[in-house]
Ligand binder design. Structure first.
Ligand SMILES: [Zn+2]
Length: 415
């Protein structure tokens, strides 16, 4: 059996002499096999990028095997001769499999065990744990399935209609490119990908049937790691309010969809810097967007039109703002302090209520939409780089919600 992993070889004699190991884990292959002449002698050979011919260790010279952190994908094999410790880091299931086999070799319980003769084992370039895979044609899919060690996977232009569920097993995946396919939906389990940082879904069929299942946005893991989301060239008619859950998102691409509106929750993405929404059907923007510290914003080719709404004097008593139900008061606290909430923590009705909340031009949460007004803002006053249609100033009307009489008066004076 061959195990593709990362190995740090610690020489205990060096440690005793206070010579430190480099502490570097090298891409390696560990092969477990038997001696061709003597079927009961087992060996482990360690091949690495610096030792391509491999170093042979006898299984019978194993002094101890440390498996306390096996569930984290770590184990150490200590040999008596040479005095080496092989510190292994690897995908959990494969490592467990290897350790089980090694245990059988140590205990001699080798009935039914099929191990290769050591002389047959050779390491080819391909055996070094692959971290990147580019599939250009469907026939190129690895016969044994996608290697669990992958960190980047490129599956574009393959006419894939469904999301391949074996992707969900790639716990180390950081970059996933599924652009130019015919994918309509992303499974909810995708939200549990623990390391994904960049997701390219451009030019697919997401939203073609109207309703889109966005449950993957509720996955606790992906919300902590995803930095880039490319959904351009799909059929999105709306963006989910739960988009705010992606708390590390820096780049969001939504070009070439059929968006008419953006959710106010977009303003809660503190990390967002690059937003592109060209070639959509936007008429207005939520004023919460002015709270985002965007470096670049592309709004070209939309359906914006200048429409100043003359504010009508609304007679509201201050009580409408200051005396609210307990739900309103507590919701404002949750939103103001940016507390995390999800359907598994609070009832779904409250999640909806909080996701529906707007944001005042001052940044405060607005849970009662008593005061709203449509007002135009010059985008260039707010964002460093704005891409807009040629020959037009970038004045766009915003849906503004006001948190208090004070903010209301302020905005009216500005009109
Ligand atoms: Zn306000």
């Amino acid at each position: 059996m061959k195990l593709q992993c990362l190995v740090d070889v610690v020489n205990r004699q060096h440690t005793a002499l206070n010579i430190r190991s480099s502490g570097k884990y090298l891409k390696s292959t560990l092969a477990l096999g038997k001696e061709p002449k003597c079927a009961t002698d087992y060996f482990i050979i360690h091949f690495s990028t610096v030792n391509k011919s491999g170093l042979k260790y006898k299984v019978e010279s194993i002094k101890q095997v440390f498996v306390k952190c096996l569930n984290e994908g770590k184990a150490t094999i200590r040999f008596e001769d040479p005095t080496h410790d092989l510190c292994i880091k690897c995908e959990v299931i494969q490592l467990k499999c290897f350790m089980r086999l090694l245990k059988s070799c140590i205990t001699g319980d080798t009935k039914g065990l099929q191990l290769t003769n050591l002389s047959n084992i050779s390491v080819t370039g391909k055996d070094v744990a692959p971290t990147k895979l580019v599939v250009r044609d469907r026939s190129e899919f690895p016969a044994k399935g996608l290697p669990r060690t992958l960190e980047s996977l490129y599956l574009s232009d393959l006419k894939l209609c469904n999301f391949r569920r074996d992707i969900l097993l790639l716990r180390q995946l950081v970059v996933l490119d599924l652009s130019n396919n015919e994918i309509e939906k992303i499974p909810p389990e995708f939200g549990r990908m623990p390391s994904l940082s960049e997701l390219y879904l451009a030019n697919n069929q997401i939203g073609i049937k109207g309703e889109v299942d966005w449950k993957w946005l509720l996955g606790p893991q992906i919300t902590k790691t995803l930095k880039l989301l490319d959904l351009s060239g799909n059929k999105l008619g709306y963006l989910p309010k739960a988009i705010w859950k992606l708390q590390k998102l820096v780049t969001l691409k939504l070009d070439n969809n059929v968006l008419k509106k953006l959710p106010a929750t977009l303003g809660r993405l503190n990390t967002l810097r690059y937003l592109t929404i060209s070639r959509n059907e936007l008429e207005t923007l939520p004023c919460s967007l002015l709270q985002c510290r965007l470096e670049s914003l592309d709004l070209s080719t939309n359906s914006f039109h200048h429409q100043e709404q003359i504010p009508t004097t609304i007679k509201h008593s201050p009580w409408d703002f200051y005396v609210n139900s307990l739900v309103h008061v507590s919701s404002k606290v949750v939103l103001k302090n940016k507390l995390y909430y999800a359907p598994n923590i609070i009832p779904w009705t409250l999640v909806e209520f909080l996701d529906n909340a707007n944001m005042c031009i001052c940044g405060a949460p607005v849970v009662n939409d008593i005061l709203s007004i449509r007002k135009s803002f010059e985008l260039k006053d707010y964002f460093r780089m704005v891409v807009f249609d040629n020959n037009r100033d970038s004045t766009v009307s915003f849906e503004c919600y006001l948190c208090s009489q004070k903010c209301y008066s302020k905005i009216i004076k500005g009109v």
